[in-house]
Design a protein around this ligand. Structure first.
Ligand code: SF4
Ligand code: SF4
Length: 364
């Protein structure tokens, strides 16, 4: 695993070094770049993979004879967001003509652990080389984003919301994430950690300037090192524990070979987990619904009443009224998709019993 100093104005050099360190057979081959394109966020928000990283990588891959496609399936439902997200995020422009909707052709593939089949972009399955480009971010539910979580976007349309709803528990949803990751394991993962997000992610306004690119040919091990850099024990990230249990990668960071600075990041704010993450299940939501589930605060001045939060909610727990979204918490499964997909970043986590408890334990 490689950790390299990087800035957006000089991103080519570290990317070249990564391609040297993890050589891929590229001449005449098809390559799919899958950024983390969550939604309609501009590059300055650092929610999505920065277009500068994509631009330089497309150039480098083409120089090595590859035929490149850039694509992702943003949001939890619907097919229409792709073009808009590509435009607003700058990813379409940064792709130098390689950006396309990968939602048009799909294949139904089995997820053995979840006992179901889902629609996956055929482009992901058919490309000779698959490069995952996650953003360096926290996540209030899964703790981190990273390579395993980024692969959730290889699915198209409503399957994402359905899986959230059918497997709401921390452990169960982590099994699903690993199922999806294992459908097509990336050949190379490059994390855009030049500027990332800290605190209660995956979308908020709390930027963290790490000034790096992280890379590995094993996404699970890379996620483990990234997690440790954030001050989060890799074993506490359930999807990593599940992935390691299935033999998909080492998460004991003392056994992962690293080059470059992978020390704990100074002053990095970890996400405050909910009670299911603290106590390992969703039973807490069932027996103590008032303290177990998250609560959200909406900045009414920011809310444009666009309805994206309600559209994204797998639990059908949100109605958007004249003053903004109204939550029915009895239907909430604590997936944080509403926060994730609000294009105005108007939704924030409200202080709850568990957030206060975690503050007592040293989280800020
Ligand atoms: S209200 Fe938000 S966190 Fe709860 S289920 Fe809906 S999208 Fe998920
Ligand atoms: S809270 Fe965000 S997603 Fe929901 S309606 Fe307002 S702007 Fe749209």
């Amino acid at each position: 695993m490689l950790s390299l100093q990087a800035g957006y104005d000089d991103i080519r050099r570290p990317l070249e070094r990564i391609l040297e360190e993890f050589p891929l057979d590229l001449e005449g081959r098809s390559v799919l770049l899958k950024p983390n394109m969550v939604g309609q966020y501009g590059p300055e928000t650092h929610v999505n993979t920065h277009p500068g990283v994509i631009r330089a990588l497309v150039e480098l891959l083409r120089e090595r004879g590859a035929s490149v496609t850039v694509g992702d399936n943003p949001g939890t439902t619907g097919y229409g967001m792709v073009e808009k997200c590509g435009r607003v995020s700058g990813i379409a422009e940064g792709s130098l003509g390689a950006f396309e909707s990968i939602a048009t052709e799909v294949e139904r593939v089995p997820l053995p652990g979840a006992g179901t089949r889902v629609s996956v972009s055929r482009k992901v399955l058919d490309s000779d080389v698959f490069i995952s480009l996650p953003k360096f971010k926290t996540h209030t539910f899964t703790r981190i984003t990273g390579a395993v979580k980024n692969s959730f976007g290889i699915m198209v349309g409503g399957d994402k919301a359905r899986l959230h709803l059918e497997h709401p528990g921390y452990r169960a949803f982590s099994e699903v994430l690993v199922d999806v990751y294992a459908v097509r394991i990336p050949d190379l993962v490059i994390v855009d950690a030049v500027v990332g997000l800290q605190g209660n992610g995956p979308t908020n306004k709390s930027l963290y300037h790490a000034g790096r690119l992280l890379a590995s040919d094993n996404g699970v091990s890379l996620d483990a090192v990234m997690s440790q850099m954030m001050g989060i024990k890799p074993r506490s990230v359930k999807m990593l524990e599940v992935a390691a249990g299935r033999g998909l990668g080492e998460i004991d960071t003392s056994r992962i070979e690293t080059t470059g600075d992978v020390g704990r990041l100074k002053g990095f704010r970890r996400p405050v987990p909910g009670l299911p993450q603290l106590f390992g299940g969703t039973w807490i939501n069932t027996f103590f619904p008032d303290i177990g589930r998250p609560r959200f605060e909406v900045d009414e001045a920011e809310c444009s009443l666009c309805g994206s939060c309600a559209e994204a909610c797998p639990g059908d727990a949100i109605e958007v009224g004249r003053a903004g979204p109204v939550y029915d918490y009895s239907r909430c499964i604590a997936c944080y998709c509403c926060m994730e997909l609000c294009p105005r970043q108007a939704i924030e986590l409200h202080e709850t019993f568990s957030t206060r408890l975690y503050r007592l334990l040293g989280y800020r």
